[in-house]
Write a protein that binds this ligand. Sequence first.
Ligand code: GRF
Length: 194
Amino acid sequence: MKRILVFASGSGSNFKSILDAIKTGELTAECVGLFCDRDGIGAIELARRDGIPVFIHRRKDFEDYEKYFLGLLTDMEALRPDLIVLAGYLSKIPSTIVQRWSGKIINIHPALLPKFGGKGFYGIHVHEAVLDAREQESGCTVHYVDEVYDHGSIIEQIVVPVLPDDTSTRLQARILEQEHKIYPKVIQRLLTSN
Ligand code: GRF
């Protein structure tokens, strides 16, 4: 069984869609851990409910970056992941880790990259920017993670039309629905194609 490791910082609705896909058999993988950069988030409750080990790595708990980084690296190595799945993880992945698992870390972003990506483009801000720019369409993007935020090569996108009376929260909700469909499918494809 292939081993996936999920990183999350929020409610974890994408994490839930992955766990659900494992339960239905759409995704044939084992989730070997949840890595978080904060406590008290929905994703942690989801992991605990399913008996998935939770690892919390907070930069501010370590006096120097090296110790923080080594803790992260050691825990990741021990889990031997085949694929690392970022699902709303807000901290930057240290570049040594990106290089160590090059081509094995993926992310989902709620816009059609390369537009509306990079620093500051997270959460509702992404959808506000799309509406401000009067875009006709938005969507979601699954991409490989490299050392620049939202920059690695694109694996798959789904287009979601922007409606004339859209609000950022309505657009966000329609895109999130598509994220929940695309992410488990892409993960399954990547795990079974190598
Ligand atoms: C999603 O919109 C995802 O595209 C972005 O962060 C959000 C995470 O939402 N990377 P959730 O925690 O999975 O509900």
